[in-house]
Design a protein around this ligand. Structure first.
Ligand SMILES: *Cc1c(COP(=O)(O)O)cnc(C)c1O
Length: 473
């Protein structure tokens, strides 16, 4: 399998080459030259693999369709090491449960940081260690986080050979639970840097360091952001696992509703559907930051400035532009790299957006199954309350956005809402909705009282560089 850029660059790369890279050289995102097709017989085989050998074996089957530069036995071992009950809490890894009627919930949030990003990041940690060891190289991951991504990256990379993590976060602005999760890690290769500023300051520091090409090359600076193809690929697996749990025959279809921000999670659903997995609808659920809902309703993709990016009670979806969206647009415009380049260079980069014709919006729905909806703080509270008081299930704020929007798109086939986090991560809003605290998994008891490993720094690029330098020898 070879990989191409969404902006038409002539390079054809293999999986392990793009694994450690971010954007393609022309600023595009990587996609496979084609989506492998799953025949009816193959789907039956996968159904048996999941039933008899479990999630890790299913992951190997899917991944091996896209990865041909890691020996099969090694890839199988990497999957087996990643998707264990010990790390993800259950044998099913992504158990599906009924909320009510044909509205189901697929739990993606039982990993080490209780959010769905663990599903991909845990695999990425093992892939990075494997590939860096094979090459005899090192990588220093520099990131900015306001919560979920940073902690998922740290829990995935802790103790891994050849990898260090330098994670900046806005000092004092994450929830106490999120701070405790990150800062209690005592691993030598994990560095928490609390910046006296806001999340944008952290992001600016990361950008400034990455733009210093000499520094970046000398200190082997890399990232783990959501545009990484390996992360997306790892996510494709749980769409198969969800489908196979919710159906007994290949003639049946299901739909998925996905709480969305950067379009990474649902883009994996799009890939699964393009492979032939019988998915009827892919429902994009946004919060008040409704860039994506606006697009799927009107064809207008208009990125927002920071003044129009709202802080909400489903904060992991507070985005101003959807960094993975370009992958879907590339497919929508017929995999035309030149057309995609115009939309994202002349359009997004220069004009802040673009508008596609009503015909294209219609095609996003009819040919690709995409529809959308939006949920607000009031919707979130009402949905959390309804699910708890009437249905006896406590769900987190992001999942509540999903359930609210899923209900507007219910049809005959089962609808799976992806549960992207557990309520304990967003305790204040749960308290607001229910008047009680969410339950805390036993392994997190007293986490706030553990010793913290973090340095506090002013928002100053040079100081961050000096810190990295000091810790790379
Ligand atoms: C990251 C995240 C999302 C959004 O996922 P995207 O891939 O950015 O669309 C939703 N919910 C939670 C809890 C998250 O951490």
């Amino acid at each position: 399998m070879k990989y191409i850029s969404t902006r038409g660059h002539a390079d054809r790369k293999r999986f392990c080459d793009i694994l450690l890279e971010g954007l393609a050289p022309d600023g595009g995102l990587y996609l496979p030259v084609e989506y492998p097709q799953i025949s009816d017989a193959k789907l039956t085989e996968l159904r048996n693999v999941l039933a008899n050998q479990g999630y890790a074996a299913l992951a190997f089957e899917i991944l091996s369709l896209y990865i041909d530069d890691i020996p099969a036995d090694d890839l199988r071992a990497l999957c087996a090491k990643t998707y264990t009950k010990e790390v993800f809490g259950t044998d099913a890894i992504v158990p599906v449960r009924t909320l009510e009627g044909n509205l189901l919930i697929e739990a993606l949030s039982n990993g080490p940081t209780l959010a769905f990003k663990d599903m991909a990041m845990q695999l990425l940690g093992n892939l990075f260690e494997y590939e860096l060891t094979r090459r005899g190289e090192e990588l220093n991951i520099l990131g900015a986080t306001s919560g979920d991504t940073g902690s998922a990256a740290e829990y995935a990379m802790r103790g891994k050979k050849g990898v260090r993590v330098f994670m900046t976060s806005p000092h004092g602005r994450m929830s106490p639970f999120q701070q405790a999760q990150m800062f209690s890690l005592q691993d030598e290769n994990i560095h928490n840097i609390a910046i006296e500023g806001v999340f944008d300051d952290c992001q600016d520091i990361v950008k400034a360091v990455s733009n210093d090409h000499a520094f970046k090359a000398k200190y082997k600076i890399g990232t783990v952001n959501s545009i990484n193809w390996a992360r997306l690929l790892a996510q494709v697996v749980y769409y198969f696992a969800g489908y196979l749990q919710a159906t007994t025959r290949n003639e049946e279809k299901v739909s998925f509703t996905v709480p969305s921000g950067n379009f990474g999670n649902i883009c994996a659903g799009h890939v699964a559907r393009q492979m032939g997995l019988p998915i009827a609808q892919l429902v994009v659920a946004t919060n008040e930051n409704d860039v994506l809902d606006e697009f799927f309703r009107t064809g207008v993709y208009q990125v927002r400035g920071s003044a129009n990016t709202y802080e909400t009670s489903s904060p992991s979806m507070d985005i101003s532009k959807a960094s993975n969206f370009e992958r879907f647009i590339f497919d929508l415009v017929g995999r035309d790299g030149a057309a995609t380049r115009v939309l994202f260079e002349a359009g997004v980069a220069e004009q802040g957006g673009f508008k596609l014709s009503p015909l294209m919006v219609e095609e996003a729905a009819s040919k690709y199954g995409f529809v959308s909806g939006k949920s607000t703080h009031a919707d979130r509270l009402a949905t959390i309350k309804d699910c708890y008081e009437r249905l006896g299930q406590m769900i987190d704020t992001h999942t509540a956005d999903g359930v609210k929007v899923a209900r507007e798109h219910l049809r005959a086939e089962p609808m799976l809402v992806l549960e992207t986090a557990l309520p304990i991560k967003f305790a204040a809003t749960i308290e607001e909705a229910l008047g009680r605290q969410p339950e805390r998994p036993a392994k997190f008891d007293g986490i706030e009282y553990l010793p913290k490993r973090v340095v506090v720094m002013p928002s100053d690029v040079e100081q961050v560089k000096a810190y990295i330098q000091q810790h790379c020898d």
